[in-house]
Design a protein around this ligand. Structure first.
Ligand code: KIV
Ligand code: ZN
Length: 503
């Protein structure tokens, strides 16, 4: 029997540390539910002591998401560990993940402590965490640049103190696959009590080797891999979950290893994370990129038609890429819509169906064909759950001569109309929205992409904005790209207002 490698997803913690990514608590809950549907083993939901919002996100994931273990991050400090326990304790399977740097450069520069002091602190705080929680993970940060003898010593001491998982991070993405394999093999050889815990690996992608490094660790005996959806994370990101999992599915025999992940949920999870974080997946990204299963050259197309295995090592349906089929249209009812959504893996509550159906009809009215991708877009909008403080009622633009926009918005039942000019119709719409809402935003980034098929495809606009030092994104989709752009801007305004209210 192949070994089952535990998949530890840190999209909501390390992934959310990607510069520019920030998720609301509700968005984190929606992603955590999807990670449970994907059947990851552990969800690292955040760093509870880092902010009240992070604490709340971890607490709610622990309370609401069933299936995977729910983990919070904590430095090796008593107050961090207590706060982390408060956040995770309501999970069916709570885990505390505590970490401290162990490399010489970190000890001397950031910690200003000796190796012996750090070892003592790590063992004491692992023991403290174990008094609270049966499942404790310890990470010697920057492990791959740590002296190997000291690494083995601190690993042995923290296992003795009660750590149930030891995670070896390649914090700065410096390791090579062969070094990673040697490091894990060294620990197996030199740590006397290593059989009392699971060895894990956590690789960053600074040199593009995070997935290879993670697999090398598995080859040497690691039983857990830490990774993120779409490879999100600090700087160049973390090892990508979908690549690790599909490598283990496709080349599992080579590594004698497998995972519990439901691979058919991969595409849906990837799109949800991309949608909610505003991080567009590059087209040629392995597994989840738009081109990952597309064959352009005539020779390849001919081969695939004869026998798919000539140029395909994985089946698109195994990662959840359904061939896009015409499913529903203007005359479809709620029943048909709900059935198709359920086939796509969405649970639709009785209290949600009317709002979703209304949005479906708006698209069905504009498009002759409604595809699965359109339905996924509707569901992503529905799960984003940004309360519509300001709602778009109508938008008229002219682009000949001086571009002008007339916008009507509704707030708490009252409608407000204003007009403005700009350097294009989108800019004019943004000026008009600013005049009505009184919220002035700095537009840092704007992008537009097609997210469905056909001449009448739905365009999705994403804006990244800054207001009073806070950065947020706004997203919206429509068959009319100017309307999508205006809605995305309004979505960002609403997110900021909700955030400000929460604070
Ligand atoms: O990269 C890293 O070292 C981390 C630790 C907190 C595990 O994210
Ligand atoms: Zn990391």
């Amino acid at each position: 029997m192949p070994r089952v490698i535990k998949i530890f997803d840190t999209t909501l913690r390390d992934g959310e540390q990607s510069p520019g990514a920030s998720l609301s608590v509700d968005e984190k809950i929606a992603i955590a539910h999807q990670l449970a549907a994907l059947n990851v083993d552990i969800i690292e939901a955040g760093f509870p002591i880092s902010s009240p919002e992070d604490f709340e996100a971890v607490r709610r994931v622990a309370l609401e998401v069933e299936g995977p273990a729910v983990c919070g991050l904590a430095r090796t400090m008593p107050e961090d560990i207590d706060r982390c326990w408060e956040a995770v304790k309501d999970s069916e399977h709570p885990r505390i993940h505590t970490f401290v740097s162990t490399s010489k450069i970190h000890l001397e520069t950031t910690l200003k402590k000796t190796a012996a002091e750090v070892l003592e602190m790590a063992a004491a705080e692992v023991a403290h965490a174990r008094e609270l929680c049966a499942d404790v993970e310890f990470s010697p940060m920057d492990a791959t640049r740590t002296d190997l003898d000291y690494l083995a010593e601190i690993v042995q001491a923290t296992i003795e103190a009660g750590a149930t998982t030891i995670n070896i991070p390649d914090t700065v993405g410096y390791a090579t696959p062969w070094e990673m394999q040697e490091t894990i093999a060294y620990l197996f050889e030199h740590v006397a009590n290593i059989d009392q815990c699971t060895i894990s690996v956590h690789c960053h992608d600074d040199l593009g080797m995070s997935v290879a490094n993670s697999l090398a660790a598995v080859k040497a005996g690691a039983g857990q891999v830490e990774c993120t959806i779409n490879g999100m994370g600090e700087r160049a990101g973390n090892a990508s979950l979908e690549e690790i999992v599909m490598a283990l599915v496709t080349r599992g025999a080579e590594l004698d290893a497998t995972t519990n992940v439901r691979t058919q949920q991969i595409i849906k999870t990837s799109r949800m994370v991309s949608n909610l974080t505003g991080f567009v997946v590059q087209h040629n990204k392995a597994i989840v990129g738009e081109n990952a299963f597309a064959h352009e050259s005539g020779i390849h197309q001919h081969g695939v038609i004869m026998n798919r295995q000539t140029y395909e090592i994985m089946r698109p349906e195994d990662v959840g890429l359904a061939e896009s089929v015409l499913t529903l249209g203007r005359r479809s009812g709620r029943h048909g819509l709900r059935q198709r959504l359920e086939e796509l893996g969405y649970k639709v509550g009785d209290d949600q169906i009317d709002a979703i159906y209304e949005r479906f009809l708006l698209i069905a009215d504009k498009k002759k064909q409604v595809y699965d991708e359109d339905l996924q877009m509707i569901m992503h909008e529905a799960t984003a759950q940004v309360p519509e403080v300001w709602e778009l009622v109508s938008l008229e633009t002219t682009s000949g001569g001086t571009p002008t926009a007339t916008v009507t918005l509704r707030k708490e039942g009252e409608t407000y109309t204003d007009a403005a000019t700009g350097n294009g119709p989108v800019d004019a719409a943004y000026q008009a929205i600013e005049r009505i809402t009184g919220v002035s935003l700095e537009l840092e980034d704007y992008s537009l992409r097609s997210i469905s098929i056909g001449k009448d495809a739905v365009g999705e606009a994403t804006v990244k904005v800054r207001h009073n030092g806070q950065e947020t994104i706004g997203k919206a989709a429509s068959t009319d790209i100017i309307e999508a752009s205006a809605r995305a801007y309004l979505n960002a305004v609403n997110r900021l207002l909700v955030k400000e209210n929460q604070q």
